[in-house]
Design a protein around this ligand. Structure first.
Ligand code: B12
Ligand code: SF4
Length: 470
């Protein structure tokens, strides 16, 4: 009997502890093109397989290569551990893919644990690479990869153009136990984004291209998935970075869902400027088709900051969108950030006031607040470096670069303490209906019993208040 030609794909943990998990679409999406070429594929999701490393060890014999997925931060730790584990046992090539290594491919491939990097969209590139590894062919001809030749020489092949999702086969969801992932069913209906917000990695990896799935195919696939017996799918989460770019496409999708009588709810992400311009009829169609939540990157309550980060949206856009959601019984979810290099204190104050404005317009709005973290390649990353930020320059260094670790020299340490406390401790405790005044924030900060904060209490409180009020 001939040996199956086997490829292993490893999805490391994305967070140290978590109760629910997103589907590992990053590696699932790679399967159809591999299967088409006759390979068998083993998927290992470290988050769910308590014996992930034993599974890996058992499957190594005869494998053509091991693929590892990477998002900047914690996920790299598991990726390094898996790569070390493989390297200690075999000489099988280790291929990394995903957002992190796509952003810093040359630096990543200098790591002893990375032999090759697949940049950006991976389906075709990885399938071609596996074939070349198997047949010991020249890697120079494969667009979209970066690899090491010998100990030191790094070769960066030309980019591969993005492929439309229409030209790829459906994601083989039945390869994983759907019911073990979070209640939402993740689905990618478009790739890339035409915008170029200064903090976002998308424009770096996909170069402002946006390619989407045909709405008729999309509705057909959702119909098929929703009828799968035993999958208990209640809600679809469109993980596209910008689902609504082509509003006509979304309209056709909604009409098809209604025509087919599919009873499912769904949520997606959009850009505030565009969302503010849809009329009531459009929102009504969205809701009727099952849309119950729309997420948007509102980013800041300060127009100065929105202009500075290149958001191409106004504060009023977000308020108008929030209002339209209320009128049409859709929940708006706003993602905000603080801690940009420019005027962070004024920004935080205006953002807090803006949160009140949002609640006045729509008390049901959900708001998330994050700390700005510079990612390689983006415009603000360079600005952060110019302002003294020293990024990691190894895979190990990037594995410790999480949202919880702050080391931003462009921020006043006292501001940083206060903003970290606000985002992590105070803000999450606020209920959806509570209004927050700037003075209340400062007073709560000053009352905190932590010695760390008490130490700087009087100085920080007074300085912040003075600056914030001026
Ligand atoms: C779901 C998701 C998450 C999930 C985790 C992912 C999971 N599957 O469990 C959660 C919610 C935990 C999460 C967290 C974060 N996320 Co996130 N997330 C996403 C999201 C919305 C979808 C990812 C996905 O499944 N895409 C679909 C698949 C098919 O695409 P893909 O992952 O890009 O995979 C393709 C290629 O990258 C490549 N590929 C990927 N892996 C591999 C492996 C191999 C071997 C090969 C060959 C190829 C390959 O081929 C795939 C097919 O083309 C993306 C946005 C997006 N639309 O992609 C952001 C995104 C990946 N996240 C991002 C960010 C910034 C974060 C956070 C830092 C932010 C935050 N505020 O929480 C945290 C970090 C987590 C941490 N603790 O460190 C950024 C990426 C930044 C970066 N440098 O890595 C993205 C791109 C959003 C954005 N536009 O900025 N995220
Ligand atoms: S709209 Fe969203 S995905 Fe597009 S560039 Fe801005 S932050 Fe990134």
């Amino acid at each position: 009997m001939t040996q199956p030609r086997k490829v292993i794909l490893f999805f490391p943990k994305v967070q140290p502890r978590k109760h629910h998990h997103e589907m590992p679409l990053s590696i699932l999406a790679l399967v159809p093109e591999l299967k088409k070429r006759g390979y068998s594929v083993l998927l290992i999701d470290e988050r769910l397989d308590r014996h992930a490393f034993s599974t890996l060890e058992r499957s190594l014999p005869g494998a053509i290569c091991v693929g590892i997925s990477s998002m900047t931060g914690y996920q790299i730790q598991g990726g390094i551990a898996a790569s070390k584990f493989v390297r200690e046992r075999t000489e099988i090539p280790i291929v990394w893919g995903g957002w992190h290594v796509s952003l810093v491919p040359e630096e990543s491939v200098r790591s002893p644990y990375v032999d090759m990097v697949v940049r950006g969209q991976g389906e075709i590139t990885f399938a071609e690479l596996v074939r070349a590894i198997e047949e010991k062919k020249d890697l120079n001809q494969i667009p979209g990869i970066t690899f090491r030749e010998g100990e030191k020489k790094v070769i960066h092949n030309k980019d591969r153009p993005i492929i439309s999702l229409n030209d790829l086969e459906p994601v083989p969801y039945d390869m994983v136990d759907i019911n073990r992932y979070r209640p939402h069913f993740s689905y990618l209906s478009s790739i890339g984004c035409p915008m170029a917000c200064g903090f976002c990695a998308d424009a770096v990896v996909y170069k402002r291209k946006w390619l989407s799935m045909d709405p008729y195919r999309l509705a057909d696939e959702i119909a098929t998935l929703s009828k799968k017996i035993g999958w208990r799918i209640k809600s679809i989460y469109f993980i596209d970075n910008n689902f609504f770019v082509n509003s006509e496409r979304v309209k056709i999708f909604c009409e098809e869902i209604l025509k087919k009588g599919i009873r499912i709810t769904w949520e997606a992400l959009g850009h505030p400027h565009q969302l503010a311009r849809f009329d009531d009829g459009y929102y009504e169609l969205l809701r009727k088709s099952g849309c119950y939540r729309i997420l948007t990157g509102a980013e800041s309550g300060s127009q100065t900051i929105l202009d500075y980060i290149g958001k191409k949206a106004t504060v009023e856009d977000t308020l108008l969108f929030t209002k339209k959601c209320k009128q049409n019984k859709i929940i708006p979810v706003l993602s905000l950030m603080c801690g940009f290099p420019k005027s962070p204190m004024e920004d935080l104050k205006e953002t807090i006031l803006f949160i009140n404005d949002v609640k006045r317009v729509n008390r049901g709005a959900k708001i998330k607040l994050f700390f700005f973290t510079p990612y390689p390649g983006s415009q603000l990353y360079q600005e952060a470096i110019d302002s003294g930020f020293q990024p990691p320059n190894t895979l190990e260094g990037w594995s410790r670069y999480t949202l919880a670790v702050r080391n931003m020299p462009y921020l006043d340490p006292e501001y940083e303490q206060m903003a970290v406390w606000f985002t992590n401790k105070y803000f999450p405790r606020l209920t959806g209906t509570k209004f927050i005044s700037w003075e209340e924030v400062l007073s709560a900060f000053n009352k905190t019993k932590r010695p760390f904060f008490i130490k700087s209490f009087s100085r920080v409180g007074t300085r912040l208040f003075k600056r914030g009020s001026s």
